[in-house]
Every structure is written in C-alpha cells, then in structure tokens.
Design a protein around this ligand. Structure first.
Ligand code: ATP
Ligand code: MG
Length: 367
C-alpha cells in the first residue's frame, strides 16, 4: 500500500469542503421524512455501476453526502455494482478498468478506505444468493411498474429487454439489506428502487416472523437530479456528462457544446429553459451560490458568458479532486488492494446475514 495515496485520500474531505455538503433529511415517495438523526453508528450503503467515469451528477447527487456521512461517523458500505452493468447491454465493456476508476474517484472525493468498505458485488457470493428468497417477495406486476426501469429500457442500447433489467431493483435490495443499511444516499432515479428494498425487508420480516431487516431510507442531496449538457439527467451512458476525471480543456469543450437557446437574458427556468437552467445550476453548485444569483450576475451576457462562467466554476471546483485523482491513478496496486480488503469485510457481513436468512426460512443445513 503506498503511503502517498492513502494519506491523500484520508486527508481529502476536510481539505476539500470547508463548507461540508449539508446532509438533508431522508425523503422519498412513501418514506418517512424523519430527521436522519445522528449519523454516528448508522450503516450506510451506496454504490454505482462501473459503466464509465463518475461525473458531476454523482458528485453533487450522492458523493458529497457519502463523504459528509463518513465524516460524521457513519459506517459506509460502497458497492461497485458490476453485475448491474449487464442490465442494459450485452457485455460489460472494460469492466476492470471502469471498476478501478470508480474506486479512484471515490478516494479522490474523500472516501477513506480504512473506514469505508468498498467492494464489487460479484466478489460477495452470499450477497447475491439473497436475490433468490427476495425475488419470491415481489410480484411481476410490481416489477413491471417501476418507472426508473421503464426509463432505462427507453434509453437501453439493447433491442430486447433482459430478465435482469426487470429484476435488478431486487438485486439492489440485496445490496442494501445484506449489510442491514438504514440510510442510502442516492439520486432521485433510485427512489423507486428504495421502495422495493423497503417492501422486501418488510415482507421478509412478516413472512418469516423474523426481525432481521431494518427499513432503509433514501437520503437525497440538494441536487438529486443534476441535468447533463443536453438538459436531461446527466448519465455516464448518455454522452451528456462532465466527468470528474475530465481535464480543463475537455470540460470547456463539453460546456461549449451544451444545448442552450438564443435568448440573451439568462434566467433560471428549469421547466421553460432546461438547457440554460442545467448550466446555471452547475455553476451555482460549484460556487456554493443559488442559481438565481448566478443568472442575475450574468444578466444579458447570453449563452457565451454563461458557458464561460460554468467552465471556470467547474474547473476551479474540481481542481483539487483532479489532482488527487491523477496521483491515485499512478498506483493501481493500491486500488486493487482496497477492493480486496473491502470484499473480505463485505463477505463476512454477507455470510452472517445469509445464515440468519436461512435459519429464518428453516433451511436444512443452516448453521
Ligand atoms: P448509467 O448511465 O450507466 O446508468 P449513471 O450516470 O446513471 O450511469 P449510476 O451508476 O446508475 O450512474 O448511478 C449511481 C448513483 O448516482 C445513483 O445513486 C444515482 O441516483 C446517482 N446519480 C446518477 N446520475 C445522477 C444525476 N444526474 N444527478 C443526481 N444523482 C445521480
Ligand atoms: Mg443509472
């Protein structure tokens, strides 16, 4: 383990966010909007698909909340959701490279591998085995209704929809419940999946008369659905993202190509002017100001002035993260060790939960 990379990763949060991202109350369609309470002692699960580099949507949508919770004493489990890559494509392209880059992004933004359990879910067999009993707890009609799955099918690059696409929210319930997480910092698209996890937890407990699983709650940030350069949800797979790893010139190019309109007066109107509003919001998040303040300052400067402001704001905000990223990327051995250590810890936790589940079901051969 190289000490440079470790030291920098561990030191990141305080250096990076003098004003730590606020950790708002958990929200969600049918979820109690109760105060999250003291994060110390809470178990938190989050994760990302290794489909490409993390972007500003991840950063403002969930990463800052993760780091904030870690700083406040929560125990973090972070899953690299590798089996989920093949929900909407035939092959998991460059899987090892994307997985390692995800971990580099985590460490660069401030996750501390000594405190957080970072693992790929394909490395934790007992977690995946939970999928079988969990699938029996949901109906096909419920799986069919999931609005996020419908949206992803609409954007999928496959001509036919696989069984995994319909069932991955239940797999995600296993990701959350294997470690009995009670808090899940996510973007808005994940709220229907959180409902699935809550349903699975409740039904398992009821059906088997066992109080094994807590009810996990979503934790949304103040930017739960950051739009990309085309005004729709910023996504790794949609060609509309600004990656944390992009350099300053690439950022300028991406912002220049963003969809705006011909009106000179810059306003913040997400419904009427989604492209302009996406850029205004991005600058505001990076500068820790309100979108209205940013729009007011640019005034009649038009799209060109807006794009200059956004480029400068993003590059300035990401400068320290990008520098740490570049340093971490020089030691892939360290990144792989982080994943191995995380998998060991996650396997211990998953084995214990699966043993409880088997016992609750009365499975022969259970310990
Ligand atoms: P893909 O296009 O491959 O699905 P993605 O960009 O949607 O990639 P995911 O790995 O699916 O990223 O999502 C990981 C986490 O980041 C989830 O909690 C998701 O809600 C959050 N997230 C992703 N995009 C955004 C966004 N634009 N705004 C806020 N949160 C986001
Ligand atoms: Mg996604």
């Amino acid at each position: 383990m190289t000490s440079t990379a470790t030291t920098h990763a561990a030191a990141a949060p305080e250096a990076d966010h003098p004003h730590p991202a606020p950790v708002p109350a958990p929200v969600g369609s049918a979820q109690p909007a109760a105060d999250p309470g003291d994060p110390a002692g809470r178990r938190v699960l989050t994760g990302d698909r290794p489909t490409g580099p993390l972007h500003l949507g991840h950063y403002f949508g969930t990463l800052r909340n993760r780091v904030g919770l870690q700083r406040q004493g929560a125990e973090l489990f972070v899953v690299v959701a590798d089996y989920q890559v093949i929900t909407d494509r035939d092959i998991a392209d460059r899987l090892a490279e994307h997985t390692e880059n995800l971990v580099i992004d985590y460490l660069a933004t401030g996750l501390d591998p000594d405190r957080a359990t970072i693992f790929a879910h394909s490395a934790v067999p007992a977690l995946n085995q939970l999928l079988l009993p969990f699938l029996s707890l949901v109906t096909v009609a419920e799986l069919n209704r999931n609005p996020t799955v419908k949206d992803e099918i609409a954007h999928s690059r496959q001509s036919a929809v696989s069984g995994l696409m319909f069932t991955y929210p239940v797999h995600q319930a296993a990701d959350i419940l294997f470690c009995k997480a009670d808090l899940v910092p996510v973007g808005q698209d994940q709220l229907p999946h959180l409902e699935v996890a809550r349903t699975v937890a409740r039904r398992f407990n009821e059906r088997y008369g066992a109080g094994i699983f807590p009810q996990p709650r979503a934790l949304l940030s103040s930017a739960p659905l950051l739009p990309g350069t085309d005004g729709t949800k910023m996504s790794k797979s949609r060609g509309n993202a600004i990656a944390l790893a992009a350099d300053a010139d690439e950022t300028a190019r991406l912002v220049r190509a963003a969809r705006t309109d011909a009106e000179r007066r810059i306003t913040y109107d997400p419904a009427g002017r989604p492209g302009v509003a996406a850029l205004v919001l991005l600058a505001a998040l990076c500068q820790d100001r309100t979108p209205e303040q940013v729009a007011e300052e640019i005034g009649d400067g038009g799209a060109a002035a807006l794009k200059r402001t956004v480029t400068e704001a993003v590059n300035e905000h990401l400068r320290p993260i990008r520098a740490r990223r570049a340093e971490l990327a020089t030691d892939r051995g360290h990144i792989r060790r982080v994943l191995r250590t995380g998998a060991e810890r996650a396997n211990t936790v998953a084995d214990a939960t699966l043993t409880e589940v088997r016992a609750a079901m009365g499975a022969v051969g259970s310990a």
